[in-house]
Design a protein around this ligand. Sequence first.
Ligand code: ADP
Ligand code: MG
Length: 334
Amino acid sequence: MEEIPVKVAVRVRPLLSKEILHNHQVCVRLVQNANQVIIGKDHVFTFDFVFGKNSTQEEVYAVCIKPLLASLTEGYNATVFAYGQTGSGKTYTIGGDHIASVAVDERGIIPRAIQELFHHISEHHNINFRVKVSYIEIYKEELRDLLDLETSVKDIHIREDEKGNTVIVGAKEFQVECADEVISLLESGNAARHRGTTQMNEHSSRSHAIFTISIHQKQSAEYQNAAQDSIASKFHFVDLAGSERVAKTGNTGERFKESIKINSGLFALGNVISALGDPKRKSVHIPYRDAKITRILKDSLGGNAKTVMITCISPSSLDFDESLNSLKYANRAK
Ligand code: ADP
Ligand code: MG
């Protein structure tokens, strides 16, 4: 049986205390054993995985990410991205922010993946591992290096090497030796993400953040041999820009143009994923070149790469329209 290139999960967060306080009603429910989400009275969607308000971070990790981490260590590329409107739980799920201050049980995907990777490394003494991380932000179709803000956006470019690997020329890659080192780079990138912007939430909800772990591995005994014998693979963790529609937020002028650029990335990504899921995909053109986000992820979406999209949903009936849009987007991705 052929592998499905993109698995789609939906995660419905619980009502937040302020929503409970304001008496928000819930308009989304799950039929767990059928992997279905029902929104409103009669919109039913079926996905690969569904997670409800009682699903834990551990459960989401074990079901969605563990298999990707296993393929990373087997030499395949992997991508997870969180999609959804601002406030739906993307950052909570990806686990990119405030790691040090979050209780261990509440930690999201990135810290869990890092921990598991270094555990794997510690159990394989016969293999030499080299681990590197980078952290990039795409804002208004421009790339920023979150690990080195000195780098001008003009000096960062996306290239494809002769083997078809995507490389971000000009972006810093830090070699790391332990999980704590990765976490502190991630935290410093997060601080950079918020710096230099007047409204931090505004900014982070309008940009895509891509945290990447690259590994090179080689049998110790052969380590003296030529460098090309090593296996290289990478895992992208993507916290996408908020998917909310332009019209609803009533944006005008500069803001409006910004929203168009942001949504064009999400639109392009939707098209790529949908083309990958097409049974005739061998003959279908996959439009990777349409946006920066899809160009960066090109070698890690489709082909031998494993991809999981986690669509985050608010349960509140006030968010009905956005949640329905997100479910439709996710449904196209299957
Ligand atoms: P986004 O990144 O999509 O804008 P956040 O991840 O910041 O959304 O989540 C918005 C709020 O909801 C945060 O306060 C977060 O802690 C909370 N939240 C999100 N998902 C969950 C969940 N599954 N369980 C508990 N709280 C959640
Ligand atoms: Mg966020």
